[in-house]
Design a protein around this ligand. Structure first.
Ligand SMILES: [Zn+2]
Length: 128
C-alpha cells in the first residue's frame, strides 16, 4: 500500500481524514497513534492512512482499519483472539462508516476500508 504523509493543511486527504477521525471519535472509538515511537502506539484503535491512487487497484483516498492493543499480538496464547477481533472490528468499522454516510469500500485482503477522494475533496454520500 502506498501510504503518503499529510502534505499540507489544504491537502484534500488531510481534510477528509480529519472528518472521518472526528466522526469515529464521536461514536466513541479511539484513533490509533500509528507512529511506532509514540508511547500510545501499543493501545490500538482506528488507523487512518492516506493512499495515492493506483490504477486498477485503488483510488486516492483514506484507508480505515482497526489495530488491536499490542497485548493481544504479543501473547502467542491469544493470537486467535487477536485475529478474530481484528476481523470483527474491521467488519464493524465498515458498518459504522456506512451508517455515518461515508462511501466505504473494501480495500485489500485484511478487512480494511477505503474512502475515495473525489475531485472536490469530498467523498461522503452526505456530510456526517
Ligand atoms: Zn495505526
Amino acid at each position: 500500500m502506498a501510504v503518503v504523509r499529510w502534505k499540507s493543511p489544504e491537502y484534500p486527504a488531510r481534510a477528509l481524514a480529519r472528518r472521518i477521525g472526528r466522526s469515529l471519535v464521536e461514536v466513541g472509538l479511539s484513533l490509533h497513534r500509528c507512529e511506532q515511537h509514540d508511547p500510545m502506539y501499543r493501545l490500538g484503535g482506528v488507523c487512518l492512512q492516506s493512499v495515492e491512487a493506483q490504477p486498477g487497484k485503488n483510488p486516492e483516498g483514506i484507508v480505515v482499519t482497526w489495530t488491536t492493543h499490542d497485548v493481544l499480538l504479543l501473547d502467542e496464547k491469544r493470537w486467535a483472539s487477536y485475529f478474530v477481533m481484528h476481523q470483527v472490528m474491521n467488519a464493524t468499522l465498515g458498518t459504522i462508516l456506512k451508517a455515518l454516510g461515508y462511501d466505504a469500500q473494501p480495500h485489500g485482503s485484511g478487512g480494511a476500508w477505503i474512502i475515495a477522494i473525489d475531485q472536490d475533496g469530498a467523498s461522503e454520500r452526505q456530510s456526517p
